[in-house]
Ligand binder design. Structure first.
Ligand SMILES: Nc1ncnc2c1ncn2[C@@H]1O[C@H](COP(=O)(O)OP(=O)(O)OP(=O)(O)O)[C@@H](O)[C@H]1O
Length: 231
């Protein structure tokens, strides 16, 4: 479904942020991307979202060559992918309901659809009673739930999350992970970049570890992250 074939991204003439990446992700998989800061995790995600283009290699999404998507077709492509950020990125002047509605309006959903779908996703993330709240009236974990609701409301095939629990305590992180797990169980592909060793080890899913832009290992299932070596 998603294929990186010999993909490299070179910045400033000679610095390779990712090097010769070969990665195949099947529909419905749950994949963790791990690695130290600077290993290339965000670069991989940006390549998939076509925020940047590879210097070499090809990226395919359902047989579509991502590098060849034209500007005018980019929005249609990105609609297949929901995105969850570490810092939530909610619109501060809009309520929870309006934040989600805004994402739906962007893709021209009918008001009927909007009225029908928002209660469904709010219930899924356990925030039915917060529809009228503003982001600054919510905890970090609640804001992240809204951002997940916003990412899934348009029913994307794939959800990409870049450090979604990076700002949350372990208990809240675990609640957020349960939601991602539910989303995955419903058939959505989940790709998550994370530094959180405990989460990766608890979930035992496929783990792709990057180091200096290279794939150090790709553990198909039951993946764990080892303790960092002491010097
Ligand atoms: N626009 C850019 N220009 C030059 N170098 C860049 C650019 N973007 C990223 N890099 C470099 O590419 C490397 C990989 O960066 P990337 O953001 O992919 O790492 P990461 O694994 O996501 O790190 P973190 O966990 O800190 O977010 C880093 O050395 C970074 O400095």
């Amino acid at each position: 479904m998603i294929e990186f074939n010999n993909v490299s991204k070179i910045y400033k003439k000679d610095f390779a942020a990712v090097k010769n990446i070969n990665l195949h992700i099947e529909a419905g998989e749950f994949l963790f991307i791990v690695g130290k800061s600077g290993a290339g995790k965000s670069t991989l995600i940006k390549l998939l979202l076509k925020e940047i283009n590879p210097t070499e290699g090809s990226i395919k999404y359902n047989e579509q060559d991502v590098t060849k998507i034209r500007k005018r077709n980019l929005a249609e492509y990105r609609r297949k992918i929901g995105f969850v950020f570490q810092d939530y990125r909610l619109l501060p002047r809009l309520t929870v309901y309006e934040n989600i509605a805004f994402a739906m309006e962007m893709i021209c959903c009918s008001s009927k659809n909007i009225r029908r779908e928002i209660p469904v996703v709010l219930s899924m993330v356990g925030l039915s009673d917060k529809a009228k709240s503003y982001p600054d009236e919510l905890s970090g974990g609640e804001q992240q739930r809204v951002s997940i609701a916003r990412a899934v409301v348009n029913r994307p095939e794939t959800i990409i999350a870049d450090e979604p629990t990076g700002n949350l305590d372990p208990e809240t992180s675990s609640e957020i992970m349960k939601i991602f797990n539910e989303i995955n169980k419903r058939g959505t592909t989940v790709i998550m970049a994370t530094h959180d060793r405990e989460i990766v080890n608890n979930y035992q899913r496929r783990v792709v570890e990057l180091k200096n832009g290279l794939i150090l290992r790709d553990t198909k299932s039951g993946g764990r992250v080892n303790e960092p070596k002491k010097d």
